[in-house]
Write a protein that binds this ligand. Sequence first.
Ligand SMILES: [Zn+2]
Length: 156
Amino acid sequence: MAETQVGKQTRAPAYRVKGTTDDVTECQICGKPELKGTVILDILDEDGNVEDITYAGTTCAGRLTGTAARHVRRAAELADCKAAQRLEWAREKIAAFAAAEHDDVLLAEVFFGRNPAQRARWTAERAAADARWFLAVSREMLAARGIVQPGSDWPL
Ligand SMILES: [Zn+2]
């Protein structure tokens, strides 16, 4: 490719600890097999956007992120915890709003029931729109993790 020269000048990719997984047990960096689990690493482009992910043992993950292996482990556990919290958040929103999404008036009531202070400030349309936004974002978050979304018939 004609980009070779540019490619030579770009810096090495940056990595960010994303979490851990038991599904991949081979370090993708050095090939070490039969690990108990691996650290999921985001590969970042120069603007900090996620380009891809890879899986590494803690030693390689530490080398790539410039931190000690024990810190990598802690960062990965923290990332797992945050991811679990986000999933919990998404599930809670779906549980709260999905049953009312066929009806904007009902949806607004559910929203105001959860956020009483907004009743005086927001129209029902805005409350319903917000609830719909929460539903959409929550479903996207679950879908991104491969969790099947039953849609508006979601049983509570
Ligand atoms: Zn490795």
